[in-house]
Design a protein around this ligand. Structure first.
Ligand SMILES: NC(=O)c1ccc[n+]([C@@H]2O[C@H](COP(=O)([O-])OP(=O)(O)OC[C@H]3O[C@@H](n4cnc5c(N)ncnc54)[C@H](OP(=O)(O)O)[C@@H]3O)[C@@H](O)[C@H]2O)c1
Length: 275
């Protein structure tokens, strides 16, 4: 049996996890929907489980694949639920049938954003379709007789936020920029996510775990930090409302932080998202 299987090795987290396993010289196989390379096999969660390829058995299976776009979940709840819930359940049942550990990546969006630093054992109360799908799968997994691991994350940051490139160009030329002051998130460095996944995977930990940025930032906060870093006047940054710009209100939680005491050994650096 392989040690580790990554379902969805091309996403932000799956890709970084492959690199981490490689750097630790640990054996793994990853699934892809793209062109195959070494240690990879084709797998599409949207297809009928009766037609799935034979997946290699692994002691630990990281569930990194998902329909992750919030709007797509809201607009196509049936198609995304098939991937995020129904077929995810079929996959988890298969992994558990041979004794593999399911490590499911979940989100702070299983909560409604009305309270900061939600504890891992609080009752889920999602307000978005994405959050409802995550919560539904979590509940199903928690009721399985075989224990598994659920790791809830806030927004994972791998470097510089892409929007800061455009802001920088404008600020350099002395132009005004606009940034949402009601769209907030708790930036969580990818390194902490990988540390958490490795801890769970190596020690075969089970239960509900949470990793969260310590602080909550708005896009306006980040734009102001950028202006200051560039030596520009922060009056060049105008706060605007994401709600007024048409972002769905269920995507604008007041609070997004999670209590991290279930992962107390994992260091979480404070980051400004400016790279
Ligand atoms: N990144 C975050 O800030 C964050 C925060 C909280 C929770 N999470 C959770 O962590 C997990 C990984 O997130 P991520 O940011 O790495 O997501 P991502 O970058 O959107 O990657 C998702 C991966 O899932 C794959 N995928 C989508 N539909 C699939 C299907 N039908 N069959 C097989 N694979 C499929 C994608 O394949 P393609 O590459 O071919 O499209 C991609 O590799 C997700 O469950 C997400 O909900 C992420």
């Amino acid at each position: 049996m392989a040690s580790f299987l990554i379902i969805g090795g091309d996403g932000i987290i799956g890709h970084a996890l492959k690199a981490r396993l490689q750097s630790e010289e640990l054996e793994y196989v990853a699934t892809t929907r793209r062109r195959l390379s070494e240690n990879e096999l084709h797998f599409d969660l949207a297809t009928d489980p009766d037609h799935w390829p034979e997946l290699p058995k692994a002691e630990v299976v990281f569930f990194c694949a998902a329909a992750t776009k919030l709007d797509a979940c809201e607009d196509n709840p049936e198609a995304t639920r098939l991937i995020n819930v129904t077929h995810m359940q079929a996959l988890a049942a298969h992994v558990q049938s041979y004794g593999g550990l399911v490590v499911f990546l979940s989100s702070n969006q299983v909560f409604d954003g009305s309270k900061p630093y939600r504890k891992a054992d609080e009752t889920q109360c999602p307000v978005s379709e994405y959050g409802r799908q995550k919560a539904e799968f979590e509940q199903w997994l928690s009721k399985c007789p075989t224990p598994s691991a659920i790791l809830r994350l806030t927004k994972v940051i791998t470097g510089r936020l892409p929007i800061t490139e455009a802001w920088q160009e404008k600020l350099e030329s002395g132009a005004q920029i606009e940034a949402f002051d009601d769209l907030t998130f708790s930036p969580l460095p990818i390194k902490s996510v990988l540390d958490g996944l490795m801890l769970i995977g190596k020690q075969k930990k089970t239960g509900i775990f949470q990793l969260s940025g310590r602080k909550q930032l708005s896009y306006y906060d980040i734009a102001c930090k950028l202006a200051v870093k560039m030596g520009k006047d922060i009056k060049l940054v105008t706060p605007v409302s994401a709600k007024n710009a048409g972002i769905r209100p269920q995507f604008l939680p007041r609070y997004g932080t999670l209590d991290c005491s279930t992962m107390a050994d994992i260091a979480i650096a404070e980051i400004d998202c400016l790279g």
